[in-house]
Design a binder for this molecule. Structure first.
Ligand SMILES: *[C@@H]1O[C@H](CO)[C@@H](O)[C@H](O)[C@H]1NC(C)=O
Ligand SMILES: *[C@@H]1O[C@H](CO)[C@@H](O)[C@H](O)[C@H]1NC(C)=O
Ligand SMILES: *[C@@H]1O[C@H](CO)[C@@H](O)[C@H](O)[C@H]1NC(C)=O
Ligand SMILES: *[C@@H]1O[C@H](CO)[C@@H](O)[C@H](O)[C@H]1NC(C)=O
Ligand SMILES: *[C@@H]1O[C@H](CO)[C@@H](O)[C@H](O)[C@H]1NC(C)=O
Length: 377
């Protein structure tokens, strides 16, 4: 006879708390950043955030595939310069703040009433002259974090001519500095550096981000700064293809590249330490780490539950060939097949994520950041 086992209180507690944890990552209120009353957002970074700067840089940026369909096909129905099929995390963050999409800085005659997007796809954390000393070439753009911060200075100068004083603290402005650094690593890998060699760059990259944060506080009056980390690119088709090996010990339990993801974790750990130092240095400024790593791995680990196709987690939606639907000499373009349902893919083109993945990540990140932003304080 089977006997009836009542569920133990401890198990109930575990079930309830995991349900609550689950709910916590499913934003019930999509406009939750509304309570922060941000009037403006200034953001700096790379292709995770660029809403149209790189494609306005001539000659290289304008010639990239990001300026053409199928980029943008899902939401905009035309290419905007976003490196995805649709919207990016920054678009969802702006929307959740009750603000329209941020215009890219290089868009002539654009309105910047609600902030500016200075991010450039391909941008590195380290400036061009420093990369040159390290024998690393950025083949896409020289608009590093430092250049983007210089643009901000120009922007404020021209804005202050119209509106007067700009030295005041930006009480209702959100600054997002990063995520940046991924491209420094990508270019180093592409140009033949090994993972241990690349690991040596971590302190310099973190220092570059840290000085960027310092600059928005000291020069631009930031009082709320979000600092995203770097993405676990060891799960991306581009790196999975580049480092593909028959040595199973190279992969973790997710099937992602162990060494690449440890590099990312190490970078993010050092970045969080730097943020702690900045918080001690500027106790009146709210500085929040935005955990792209955990947000991404949450999606990756719960892919099917979140509506993604479990068998395509490591495949590019737009791409061709190999185990990961990715081939570096045949990158996403109108000449390459696009999956019929990008909403079920995490990776869009092997390097960047789909709108569906960015939407989920933004939801997770907003929930995680909201209490830390201390909007009611
Ligand atoms: C936010 O997005 C929703 C859905 O796309 C849209 O209806 C709304 O107008 C957007 N809000 C702003 C401020 O743009
Ligand atoms: C970056 O600057 C260097 C010289 O400073 C130039 O040779 C190179 O073409 C530039 N790269 C891009 C992508 O514009
Ligand atoms: C710089 O890197 C290239 C490969 O990208 C290599 O061929 C060259 O030897 C390197 N130069 C130095 C001085 O290390
Ligand atoms: C893995 O092993 C197969 C069969 O032995 C071989 O054809 C293939 O080239 C190997 N792949 C790599 C990346 O070493
Ligand atoms: C990638 O594409 C090139 C050019 O079409 C082709 O020669 C090569 O075999 C492809 N590589 C893989 C791994 O499919």
């Amino acid at each position: 006879m089977a006997s009836f086992h009542p569920v133990s209180p401890l198990l109930w507690l575990t079930l309830i708390s995991s349900f609550l944890l689950f709910l916590q990552h499913h934003p019930s209120n999509a406009n939750s950043l509304i309570t922060c009353h941000f009037e403006k957002i200034y953001t700096f970074g790379n292709s995770l955030t660029d809403t149209g700067n790189l494609i306005r840089e001539k000659p290289v940026g304008a010639a990239t595939g990001y300026a053409r369909l199928p980029y943008g096909e899902t939401f905009f129905k035309h290419a905007t310069g976003r490196c995805s099929d649709g919207r990016l995390m920054i678009d969802f963050i702006a929307n959740a703040s009750g603000l329209p999409f941020l215009n890219p800085y290089l868009k002539k005659d654009a309105k910047f009433r609600h902030g500016v997007n200075f991010a450039v796809a391909g941008a590195t954390a380290l400036p061009e002259n420093v990369l040159t000393k390290l024998n690393i070439t950025n083949t896409l753009t020289n608009s590093s974090l430092q250049v983007q911060l210089d643009w901000m200075s120009k922007h404020l100068n021209s804005a202050s001519k119209i509106k007067g004083d700009c030295s005041e603290k930006q009480k209702t402005t959100l600054f997002i500095v990063g995520g940046i650094g991924g491209n420094d690593y990508n270019f180093a890998f592409q140009q033949g550096r090994t993972i241990p060699e690349v690991q040596l760059l971590v302190p310099e990259l973190v220092a570059a981000t840290k000085s960027g944060v310092r600059r928005v506080i000291m020069s631009y009056g930031a009082v709320r700064v979000v600092v995203p980390g770097v993405l676990p690119t060891g799960c991306n088709p581009i790196h999975l293809t580049f480092f593909q090996t028959n040595d199973s010990s190279a992969y973790d339990k997710r099937g992602c590249l162990k060494e690449v993801n440890s590099l990312v974790s190490y970078h993010n750990k050092k970045l969080q330490e730097a943020i702690q130092e900045l918080k001690r240095e500027y106790p009146d400024v709210v500085i929040v780490y935005s955990d792209l790593e955990r947000a991404f791995l949450w999606i990756f680990d719960n892919a099917e539950h979140l509506g993604f196709d479990g068998d395509s987690k490591q495949k590019a939606c737009c791409g061709i060939g190999g185990d990961y639907n990715f081939n570096y000499t045949n990158l996403c373009s109108s000449k390459v097949p696009v999956c019929p349902n990008p909403n079920q893919f995490i990776s869009w083109d092997g390097l960047h994520l789909t709108e569906a993945a960015y939407k989920r990540m933004a939801g997770w990140l907003i929930d995680d950041m909201l209490p830390k932003l201390q909007c009611h304080a």
